[in-house]
Design a protein around this ligand. Structure first.
Ligand code: CA
Length: 366
């Protein structure tokens, strides 16, 4: 017993000494970073705000606690649309939002989120990682001291919730609709009145007739907003946001102050978020759509070809006019267009042709 006790004590002692000897200098050298992250989203918003909280947790895990990020939802530290300015000024080290909110900083920003009749999520990812997308994104944000990283796609969004049926393009005339970004400019081109409404006020405005129609995200988020109680017709597809990308932004000075291994951890956590985000949307939208149809008796309608063709024509004009506003927007647009030709050629014989053949297996229950 005595011998065993001795060995046990000696063992623990030796291990403790060894651990101290090995880790002490490393502990002194390892600086820890306490960062703040701001977002555009309301607290607990599924996927988007949840994704920001998850990102912070992943960074802490990947860095063994060397970087800790405190996350603030929209309005908690800065206004929801104050994310870009806060990161740019270094008020906070990082943030997450969607690039089309920054059209006023440079029209080019919009191409890194959503272009009507532009890329879906898969093609956006191809452009960002397999084309010039990320390089152009970094270039566009560089004058603002921001390093952007892709934060994942919402997938194809839904068209809009309407109080009346849309049979022709003329039905947009006089329609009051909540729709941001380039899509809003297209609706205005079709004779609609675009009303800018903060997320929290959309439902009330729709219910009271302040607006006749709205878009939001997709079935998962639209179900939660309760739009089915205020509008009857749910149109698809979301031509205006075919694969909106989210972004994670870093203040350049803060990012560059990190040692290379921590920069790599940050980049890995972004990629992890990017994959997780699209996966959540793809995994949950189908069930939410089914609930809207069966439980809430929403009428799901595909935009007639005539309407889609009209919107497509208007979109070309809107996007070209936007690109002509600024040399960087023009540069990004030209690259985007050239890449769309390439992926489109492949997509028509791969994704589209394949899906056309299996889609009848998955009828929606009425
Ligand atoms: Ca949207």
């Amino acid at each position: 017993m005595e011998r065993r006790e001795f060995l046990k004590k000696a063992g623990i002692g030796a291990a403790a000494v060894a651990a101290t000897a090995i880790s002490a200098p490393a502990v002194i050298a390892q600086k820890t970073y306490n960062w703040k992250m701001v977002t555009t989203w309301p607290p607990k918003l599924p996927v988007l705000q949840d994704g920001a909280d998850r990102f912070a947790k992943r960074v802490e895990e990947l860095t063994g606690g060397r970087i800790k990020i405190q996350v603030f939802a929209g309005g908690e530290l800065v206004p929801p649309l104050g994310v870009f300015d806060a990161v740019s000024a270094g008020t906070v080290e990082c943030g997450t939002s969607a690039a089309y909110y920054w059209a006023g900083k440079n029209p080019a920003c919009q191409w890194f989120c959503a272009v009507p009749f532009g890329f879906n999520g898969q093609s956006m990812s191809a452009w960002i990682h397999g084309g010039n997308g990320l390089k152009l994104w970094e270039e566009t944000y560089a004058p603002f001291n921001i390093i952007p990283r892709p934060g994942g796609s919402t997938g194809v969004q839904m068209g809009e919730w309407f109080n009346k049926k849309i049979n022709t393009l003329d039905d947009f005339k006089g329609l009051k609709m909540r729709i941001p970004g380039l899509g809003g400019k297209v609706v205005a081109g079709a004779g609609g009145t675009v009303v800018l409404t903060a997320g929290g006020e959309i439902f009330t405005n729709l219910e009271r007739g302040v607006i006749d129609a709205t878009e939001w995200v997709g079935p998962l988020h639209d179900l939660r907003m309760g739009f089915y109680q205020a509008a009857k017709y749910y149109y698809y597809p979301g031509w205006h946001e075919p694969g909106s990308y989210l972004e994670i932004l870093f203040n350049k000075k803060a990012y560059e102050s990190l040692p290379k291994d921590l920069q790599a951890c940050i980049d890995m956590a972004c990629t992890d978020t990017e994959v997780w985000t699209l996966s959540q949307f793809e995994a949950q939208n189908g069930a939410a759509l089914q609930t809207l149809i069966t439980k809430h008796k929403v009428e799901l309608i595909k935009f007639p070809d005539e309407v889609m063709n009209g919107l497509k024509k208007l979109s070309v004009d809107v996007v070209e006019a936007e690109a002509a506003k600024d040399p960087q927007a023009k540069k990004v647009h030209e690259d985007f267009k050239a890449f769309q030709k390439v992926v489109g050629t492949w997509g028509s014989v791969s994704e589209k042709a394949y899906y056309d053949n299996i889609v009848e297996k998955f009828p929606l229950k009425a």
